[in-house]
Design a protein around this ligand. Structure first.
Ligand code: FMN
Length: 226
């Protein structure tokens, strides 16, 4: 019997997967101050032990203020590299490749976890670094009528966020990840720049289709350069 295509190797640039089963990134809401826990080792590890070709770890935030919830994984500091490497090493021992998704929640940051209702949080939520958890977006337009109005990033700050994606990619590389994915969907920061509703900027990052795509393209270029 011939081997079904699903179970044959797949090469993408320099990466060869042992089969074509890829686990989509799935947020676990279980990090502690951005750090992975044994839950993440178990979750990525069980798919790897099951024999998939690639496990993509969840949307991991490139800036503290980009965290959607208190349980988001982080890559905004070198301190995250070693704990992530532990997971990478385990997945590799199983013969599986592992990637990580890079993200920023933009105006959808600072919310409760799904099982806590997912609503916007206030300072009474008790996080010790509330002031660092600022809502930023392309424009000062709330995600909906129940959400707070974010602060519009200045043009210079947009460039700094692009660099944060690049630095996070470099850290992912140091942790041993085989690939990274950029989260450009679901109404989060990259998607907010693409949207003519969320993005009403008048600089080079807003207005025309080409201008609204500029942030996503610069992020992709900076991630690849790193
Ligand atoms: C619990 C859960 C967490 C998710 N977290 C992410 C995420 O971090 N990043 C992302 O891009 N998609 C996330 N998704 C979406 C999935 O990756 C996937 O795109 C979605 O489940 C649709 O896949 P399907 O068409 O194969 O069913 C999540 C989905 C679930 C169920």
């Amino acid at each position: 019997m011939t081997t079904p295509l699903l179970f044959t190797p797949l090469s993408l640039r320099g990466l060869t997967l042992r089969n074509r089963i890829v686990v989509a990134p799935m947020h676990q809401y279980s990090a502690v101050r951005g750090f992975p826990t044994d839950w993440h080792l178990m979750n990525a590890g069980r798919y790897a032990a099951g024999g998939v070709g690639l496990v993509m770890m969840e949307s991991t935030k490139v800036e503290r203020r980009g965290c959607g919830t208190v349980g988001d994984l982080g890559l905004w500091d070198d301190a995250f590299i070693e704990p992530l490497r532990r997971i990478v090493d385990f997945v590799h021992e199983c013969g599986t490749a592992v990637g990580i998704q890079l993200g920023h929640s933009g105006r959808k940051a600072r919310a409760g976890r799904p099982w806590e209702g997912g609503r916007p949080l206030g300072p009474e939520c008790g996080v010790t670094d509330w002031d660092d958890w600022e809502l930023v977006a392309p424009s000062a337009i709330a995600a909906d009528d129940k959400s707070p109005v974010p602060r519009a990033l200045s043009t210079a700050e947009v460039g700094e966020v692009v660099q944060a994606f690049g630095r996070a990619a470099a850290r992912a590389c140091k942790a041993g990840f085989d690939t990274v994915e950029i989260h450009g969907a679901h109404g989060f920061l990259v998607h907010e720049f693409l949207s003519p509703q969320a993005n009403q900027r008048t600089d080079q990052y807003g207005g025309s289709d080409a201008n609204r795509r500029r942030f996503a393209i610069e992020v992709a270029q900076c991630v690849r350069a790193n």
